[in-house]
Design a protein around this ligand. Structure first.
Ligand code: ZN
Length: 257
């Protein structure tokens, strides 16, 4: 009963404090502690750097104009992570049960794993967006021209964005297999991309495509990705993905010498 009252109180406190310059709620404090821990962990594991000064923090609630079923969202250019309100209670409980070090390192208890994976994924979006702005390429992906892109250009962009984010969140052996290139269709089929097939291509295929580029070249690799769109004009997305990966590795390798 006590716990139920706590949840009601937290939900109420969110609804009355909409302005941006406000004190963090207890759950948001835990959330931001978790994000800071994940930044440290990802930097150590993947040998990259986050710009903490540029990061605006994490908050609960998906922006009203977006899909409310999202578990979390990173808005390019805004440097902020939005986490679905349904996770508020989880953060409070985790802090109470596991204390200060609950979010550091490899997740040790199964229920936390999903949410930490989500935070890692959104931090991957932040990293790519921030590197893009740092080199003068603007927010990535650009929120201004997305709707002007053709459907296959939009799909190509999503392959790259979700691939980079997935690089930080997919740690299971299943996603490491070479045959993940088969997530891309060999023949032109717009319908494929609008259904389950697109989801598989964006996340698993995207991860397959960017993984060796980021693994070998890290920040230089993501600089290449944010400045080189992925197209599959002739319809064979699988061949185009292989070609993109091959060219990226060759060009980055040349620069390094
Ligand atoms: Zn994503």
């Amino acid at each position: 009963m006590k716990l139920r009252l706590l949840v009601l109180f937290l939900v109420f406190s969110f609804s009355v404090s909409a302005e941006t310059l406000r004190a963090l709620s207890p759950a948001e404090e835990v959330l931001n502690k978790a994000v800071a821990d994940r930044m440290n962990y990802l930097e150590h594991r993947y040998h990259i750097r986050f710009d903490r000064a540029a990061f605006k923090g994490a908050t609960f609630g998906i922006p009203a104009e977006h899909d409310q079923t999202f578990e979390a969202e990173y808005v390019p250019g805004e440097s902020r992570i939005y986490v679905n309100r349904s996770f508020v209670f989880w953060f409070v409980r985790t802090k109470v049960c596991f204390g200060e070090r609950a979010f550091e390192g490899v997740p040790q208890f199964s229920r936390s794993q999903k949410l930490l994976t989500i935070l890692d994924h959104e931090l991957g979006h932040f990293w790519a967006d921030h590197v893009s702005r740092k080199i003068g390429n603007g927010a990535w992906p650009s929120p201004y021209n997305f709707s002007e892109l053709s459907w296959d250009q939009q799909c190509g962009l999503r392959v790259l964005t979700e691939g980079v984010a997935g690089y930080f969140s997919y740690t299971t052996p299943d996603y490491n297999r070479k045959e993940r290139a088969k997530s891309f269709p060999e023949e032109s089929d717009a319908k494929y991309w609008y259904g389950r097939g697109g989801q598989v291509a964006f996340y698993a295929g995207g991860y397959w495509l960017v993984r060796p580029i980021l693994q070998r070249f890290r920040e230089k690799g993501v600089e290449y990705i944010v400045t080189h769109p992925f197209y599959f004009e002739d319809g064979d997305a699988r061949q185009a993905a292989k070609e993109y990966q091959r060219t990226a590795l060759a060009e980055l390798g040349k620069k390094r010498k």
